[in-house]
Design a protein around this ligand. Structure first.
Ligand code: PRP
Ligand code: URA
Length: 209
């Protein structure tokens, strides 16, 4: 069974509460999504492996530490996942970026794929799949499935707000993928929106409503 880590860091909780407010406009929403993503990335990378490395400081030689595990990639689920990329790259600038385009059919709620472009060596990388919203879990489960079909074996999923239904679906379909969640909300409504949630993340990031 995968690990589910709900972020309890006060800065993350504070910023998530802020962007839930309906009167927060796109500019501020985007900026804070980016800040939350960086903070979540910091928390979600605590277990990265390190190796000893000999370095020369201006004073003396010493044994320091550097990352030793797989190289990383970030794969946002379009559109809303794009809002999380810059925050993550601010901490992991060498990560490559892939894109998976999925939208949720408003009537069937099924994810529909329209784009996929991944780093050539993505199967050798540790991949962070990112999407602000895990609602039914259909989009994230489909993105992870697509990445598995492309050969990716090591993935983590990072979502700012999740519904219990989405967490359950991910754990059932992809028990090998750890979940990092900013806030675990109550439920889905009849339109499969997260309650209390923050509304439509893509529309709020890009100002399309
Ligand atoms: C939103 C969100 C997720 C998906 C979550 O995207 O960003 O990708 O819905 O819902 P699910 O867990 O029930 O699949 P949307 O389909 O609205 O597309 P957009 O990002 O282009 O707005
Ligand atoms: N997609 C969103 O953007 N918000 C939700 O609450 C559910 C799906």
């Amino acid at each position: 069974m995968s690990k589910v880590q709900v972020m309890d860091h006060p800065l993350i909780q504070h910023k998530i509460s802020y962007i839930r407010r309906e009167d927060v406009g796109s500019k501020e929403f985007r900026e804070i999504v980016s800040e939350i993503s960086a903070l979540m990335c910091y928390e979600a990378t605590r277990d990265l492996k390190l190796k000893d490395v000999k370095i020369q400081t201006p004073i003396c030689e010493m044994t320091g530490k550097e990352l030793s595990g797989k190289k990383m990639a970030v794969v946002p689920i379009l559109r809303a996942g794009l809002g999380m990329v810059d925050g993550i790259l601010s901490l992991i600038p060498a990560a490559k970026v892939g894109h998976i385009g999925l939208y949720r059919d408003p009537e069937t709620f099924q994810p529909i794929e329209y784009f996929c472009k991944l780093p050539a060596d993505c199967e050798e990388r540790e991949v962070f799949v990112v999407d602000p919203m895990l609602a039914t879990g259909g989009s994230c489960a489909a993105a992870v499935q697509l990445l598995k079909e492309k050969g990716v074996r090591h993935m983590r999923l990072m979502c700012i707000i999740a519904a219990p239904e989405g967490v359950e679906r991910m754990q059932k379909e992809h028990p090998d993928v750890d979940l990092y969640i900013g806030a675990l909300d109550e439920r889905l409504n009849e339109h499969k929106y997260i309650v209390p949630g923050l509304g439509d993340a893509g529309d709020r990031i890009f100002g399309t409503k």
